[in-house]
Design a protein around this ligand. Structure first.
Ligand code: ATP
Length: 342
């Protein structure tokens, strides 16, 4: 039987292909170290949609779901398709239909000048909340529904409690149950259940507004933060600011209940950044660190550590793109990282 790991590469739009090009050689490097890999390159994104009318066909979705182990994703979003529907039908569909409930967004500063004592991990629910894309626009009225289901909330919080227990870190739930009584009321109830099951975890629930204030005042006071899709999106962009901003932050999504063969999607936290696309200005570090998270998910710990060390080494030596105050192009930054891979 072929025991290769099958990874689909979906560079997408804007800066997505630019940062993806920088990590491709890392896959060849992993292969040269003995990892058995089969790569599937997919063109889906705005260009493909404009040329063919296709976003993500059912056949491609099933190929990903049933015949791939993981997806390495760049970014989607293009000003030529302003309603964002192709992005919904590609990225949000993959997150939802692969049931990738957990979106893990660590913030462990490596950028020169950032505070190395900060160590925050955001666990963002990735498939529901207000991003369920259900709502209506009527004359004089607009409605967005937010759906929260107990299985997804429980999966996300269980993953967060397990991680907090394993790392000996505190866990904070961000919520607004005082006003979002139904949805966030459910989060509070499940959080309470799990609190009783994990007495070793120092855990508390905070109103999200108060949490954001405390997070800015003293980020070192936080360990893990769990949140629904919307709050987690906001909070993790804030934590990205503690480590150089949007170009640096990585993420990995997975399904703790393993519903399908494809059980991981690694993507940088940033979007397609149309304002800098095509100019060689994008920082590839978020993409490198997302690839390292994917390696770790595949239990390739040595490769994950080597890639993280290569990134840290390059940054420490002064390699920096414009967003970090440097002069390097996307390619030169990529080379600076890869040169440190042994
Ligand atoms: P999304 O909603 O898809 O997350 P967004 O609209 O929040 O996307 P981004 O595309 O992430 O926005 O861009 C936000 C800002 O961060 C922009 O100013 C962009 O230039 C900058 N940015 C994003 N990615 C990078 C990167 N890799 N390197 C440098 N700057 C980046």
């Amino acid at each position: 039987m072929d025991n290769s790991t099958r990874i689909a590469l979906l560079p997408g739009d804007g800066v997505g292909p630019e940062v993806m090009d920088e990590v491709r050689p890392c896959l060849a490097w992993a292969e040269a170290r003995g990892r058995r890999l089969v790569l599937l390159d997919l063109p889906h994104g705005a260009d493909h949609c404009l040329a063919t009318g296709e976003t993500l066909s059912e056949a491609v979705f099933l190929e990903l779901r049933d015949r791939c182990d993981a997806i390495l994703f760049g970014a989607v979003g293009d000003p030529r398709l302003p309603d964002g529907r192709h992005a919904e039908q590609i990225l949000l569909r993959l997150r939802q239909d692969l049931e990738l409930t957990v979106n893990f967004r660590p913030c462990r500063p490596v950028v020169v000048g950032s505070d190395p004592t900060i160590d925050i991990e955001v666990f963002r629910e990735n498939t529901e909340g207000p991003y369920c894309l259900q709502g209506t626009t009527e004359p004089g009225r607009a409605v967005d529904f937010a759906i929260h289901t107990e299985p997804a909330v429980r999966r996300l919080l269980e993953a967060a409690f397990q991680r907090a227990a394993a790392r000996g870190h505190s866990l904070t739930l961000a919520h607004k149950a005082n006003v979002l009584k139904h949805g966030h009321g459910l989060w509070m109830r499940v959080f309470g259940d799990l609190l009783a099951l994990y007495p070793q975890v120092v855990a508390k629930a905070l109103h999200a507004d108060a949490l954001l204030c405390a997070l800015v005042q003293d980020p070192r006071a936080f360990g893990l933060i769990a949140a629904d899709n919307y709050l987690g999106d906001l909070i993790s962009d804030l934590t990205a600011a503690y480590n150089g901003g949007m170009g640096v932050a990585p993420s990995l999504s997975w399904a703790p209940h393993h519903p399908f063969r494809c059980n991981a999607l690694a993507e940088p936290v940033h979007g397609s950044a149309p304002d800098i696309a095509g100019q060689g200005l994008a920082n590839p570090v978020g993409m490198f660190l997302s690839t390292a998270l994917l390696f770790r998910h595949l239990a390739w710990e040595a490769e994950a550590l080597a890639l993280e060390d290569a990134v840290a080494g390059a940054l420490k030596a002064g390699a920096a793109t414009r967003d970090l105050g440097g002069q390097l192009s996307t390619k030169a930054m990529g080379e600076a990282v890869r040169a440190r891979l042994s």
